[in-house]
Design a protein around this ligand. Structure first.
Ligand SMILES: [Zn+2]
Ligand SMILES: [Zn+2]
Length: 261
């Protein structure tokens, strides 16, 4: 399975999961034109469906336009559907927060996450491997650690550096919201989860970084501290395509041959 982050952060989130037969978008925080450009850049097939994690605009904002234009269905929980009004032409499917469901040859396993909207982590498997996208998490949970045990690739929120949020420009109320148990995951909280991943995980992609309260360097430093050196750590930029693959780790380039002088 190929996993491609197309957009990440408070400006919009969108990740494409492609197996041999099926292609699914998790979240639709970019517009149809931006999506089209990303699909062309990746040489990807048209997506078969959109799965929405929760009803915040940076995740669901463009779902109606993409679904209508591409004539593809939208999958949501009942709680999310209550907050989102899709046009009548769009086919809607519901999923339960703890029950796996299939789209084509992909199996999707959701897990509820603590956040200030009904939110889920989405774990996706094909016959080759498993990946999970986990964003907008107020605090680490034991259930989440269990959910990530069999993942080759983990996309995990690493939203803010505690000291930067505390001393940064956000108003007091917003700082409280972000740092609360129903807000976002700090680098330090991401570290708590990352150090409990199993040896199965070969690639970690840090997502949903705050552009105000975090830096790539801070996020990488915490993640590197939590993970064995052999785990590949990458950071998703707000609007740049980043691709990872499930299954046993394959280097994209052959290892460099050192010539003996
Ligand atoms: Zn978000
Ligand atoms: Zn959110």
């Amino acid at each position: 399975m190929r996993v491609s982050v197309l957009a990440s952060g408070s400006g919009g989130n969108c990740t494409l999961f492609e197996s041999a037969a099926t292609s699914v978008l998790v979240d639709a925080g970019i517009g149809p034109r931006a999506l089209e450009e990303s699909l062309i850049e990746l040489g990807a097939r048209a997506p078969d469906a959109i799965v929405i994690t929760h009803a915040h605009q940076d995740h669901v904002g463009h779902a109606a336009r993409i679904a209508k234009r591409r004539r593809i269905p939208v999958y949501m929980t009942e709680a999310t559907a209550r907050e989102v009004n899709l046009p009548a032409q769009v086919d809607e499917y519901r999923f339960e927060t703890r029950e796996p469901f299939a789209i084509g040859d992909l199996v999707l396993s959701p897990l509820p996450l603590p956040h200030d909207a009904a939110n889920v982590a989405v774990k996706i498997s094909d016959d080759e491997g498993t990946a999970c996208v986990v964003t907008d998490v107020g605090e680490p949970t034991g259930r989440l650690v269990d959910h990530l045990r069999d993942c080759d690739v983990v996309l995990l929120e690493s939203n803010y550096e505690e000291s930067m949020l505390a001393s940064g420009p956000y108003p007091w109320g917003l700082k409280q919201r972000v740092a609360s148990a129903r807000g976002h995951l700090s680098n330090k909280q991401a570290h708590e989860l990352l150090r409990r991943l199993t040896a199965r995980t070969h690639t970690v992609v840090l997502v949903h970084l705050s552009e105000t309260n975090n830096t790539r360097e801070h996020a990488i430093e915490w993640a590197r501290d939590a993970l064995p050196l052999k785990v590949h750590v990458r950071v998703a930029a707000p609007r740049e395509t980043l691709t990872a693959r499930t299954g046993p780790f394959r280097y994209s380039k052959p290892p460099v041959q050192l010539s003996l002088l």
